[in-house]
Design a protein around this ligand. Structure first.
Ligand SMILES: *Cc1c(COP(=O)(O)O)cnc(C)c1O
Length: 438
């Protein structure tokens, strides 16, 4: 074993500033702000090179659902790495992959029958787009080439996934590069979801020969500000697809694996999507790995020779280390009562949001499952910078969070101990009060 070298914090920061290009970070912030230099993470906590601890309040971009370095995941990863790390799954397979596919289908919404593995949320969505598109091309409906996506949607970073998204701040530069998507009015405009549903119904009925599928983030649109809708709305969106017999694609990259309080957000509306995208919590943040699940009908639409086979696949499809971890994640859900523990945590988060709503400058609040959010300004990424002010005040108190514009939220690990959760919510309340009082 190599011993960890003692970390020279200032050297790390200097090298990072000199050579690393971080995601979604203005250069002026990268050059000026002092990053947390994480040398270790355990459970809810990150540890900086200077020995300070920070509560990971957003589960490191929503992925670390079971806490950092869960001992069971670390042990399985270590054991697997001694026998098989990676093998191409075109023409070969491996035991953990086959077992994982079975285990995943066992917990998936009933009716999903096949799993295509990939690397991250964006690739899970890209696969979904190509599957839906190719299906109609070769199953007697080649005019079905357009996708429908919602206002406030976020589906990932690659060009296809970005085409479906509507977070203008992220995508406007790339406009000319993106494919055209039908998008009903934004749910946060006047008329709300009722108007969205009305438009969708009208549009999808009159263009039923053109629509390859509707993609939805069920119950919570995460990246655009933790915007929530009811199971009733979700069910209605699904019904419109059923009516014209096109695909309902659920992007549960964020909402899946218990984030909304149930294994799948779709479960709360009692629906099974035709295509389901899974990532983030899939390996509980241990390795990048994702899955796109489909119904038997879709899979059968590709049966035959090479001329009908799915034309999609990545180098690391079904990665062995990812597979063993993903499988152990499901075992932990079964054996450690992860979902069963959510209600008592969700109640605390909801109460926090309600308490915060009483503060004079808090404009909105909402909570569902293991997510609680407050708006300190307009929804969206422009904002006044107050979200980042709260992030800085929180950091002084030992909390790591990242606002969505002026929306501040918590999305802690699903199995966070109650006393740690209480600590987080109180410390964050303090931080918000400090900023609002100043
Ligand atoms: C994060 C996210 C994605 C993209 O996942 P990556 O792993 O970042 O590529 C797609 N859809 C939703 C709903 C997400 O939250």
């Amino acid at each position: 074993m190599t011993m960890a070298e003692p970390v020279d914090r200032s050297l790390v920061v200097a090298l990072d500033r000199a050579h690393v290009w971080p995601p979604y970070t203005p250069h002026e912030r990268h050059e000026r702000e002092d990053p947390i230099v994480v040398v270790k993470a355990q459970g809810s906590w990150l540890e900086d090179a200077d020995g300070r601890r920070y509560f990971d309040a957003f589960s490191s971009w929503w992925a670390v659902t079971l806490g950092h370095c869960h001992p069971r995941l670390v042990a399985r990863l270590r054991a697997q790495s001694e026998s098989l790390c990676h093998v191409s799954t075109g023409g070969a397979t491996h035991p953990e992959l086959a077992l994982l596919a079975r285990d995943l289908i066992n917990v998936a919404p009933p009716g999903l029958a096949r799993v295509h593995f990939s690397d991250d949320g964006s690739t899970a969505v890209e696969a979904a787009i190509k599957i839906a598109f190719q299906y109609w091309q070769q199953n007697g409906y080649p005019s079905r080439r357009r996708f429908v996506a919602l206002g406030g949607a976020y589906h990932g970073e690659t060009v296809g996934a970005m085409s479906l998204a509507s977070v203008e701040e992220f995508t406007h530069v790339f406009g000319p590069l993106l494919f055209k998507v039908y998008r009903p009015p934004h749910p946060h405009e006047e008329g709300g979801w009722e108007r969205v549903l009305e438009h969708l119904e009208r549009f999808m009925r009159s263009h039923k020969d053109e629509i390859a599928g509707l993609i939805v983030e069920p119950l919570i649109q995460g990246a655009s500000g933790m915007r929530m809708h009811s199971p009733k709305v979700l069910k209605a969106l699904h019904e419109i697809c059923s009516e014209i017999d096109t695909f309902f694609i659920a992007d549960e990259v964020f909402t899946g694996y218990g984030r909304t309080g149930t294994m799948w957000a779709c479960g709360q509306a009692g629906i099974t999507p035709d295509i389901l995208c899974v990532a983030k919590g899939f390996t509980a943040g241990v390795l990048p790995m994702a899955a796109t699940l489909v119904t038997a009908r879709i899979y059968e639409g590709f049966s035959g020779g090479m001329e009908r086979a799915l034309l999609h696949g990545h180098t690391f499809c079904g990665h062995a280390l990812g597979a063993v971890v993903a499988r152990e994640v499901l075992a932990i859900y079964r054996e450690e009562g992860v979902l069963e523990g959510i209600p008592e945590r969700a109640v605390r988060i909801a109460r926090w949001a309600e308490r915060m709503a009483l503060l004079p400058r808090v404009r909105g609040h909402r909570a569902l499952g293991m997510v609680g959010a407050i708006d300190l300004g307009e929804l969206g990424y422009g904002g006044s910078g107050i979200g980042w002010e709260v992030a800085r005040a929180a950091r002084k108190r030992g909390i790591f969070l990242r606002p969505l514009g002026d929306t501040v939220y918590v999305a802690p690990r699903l199995n966070v101990p109650l006393d740690e959760l209480d600590w987080l919510l109180e410390a964050l309340e303090d931080a918000v009060r400090e900023v609002l009082d100043s």
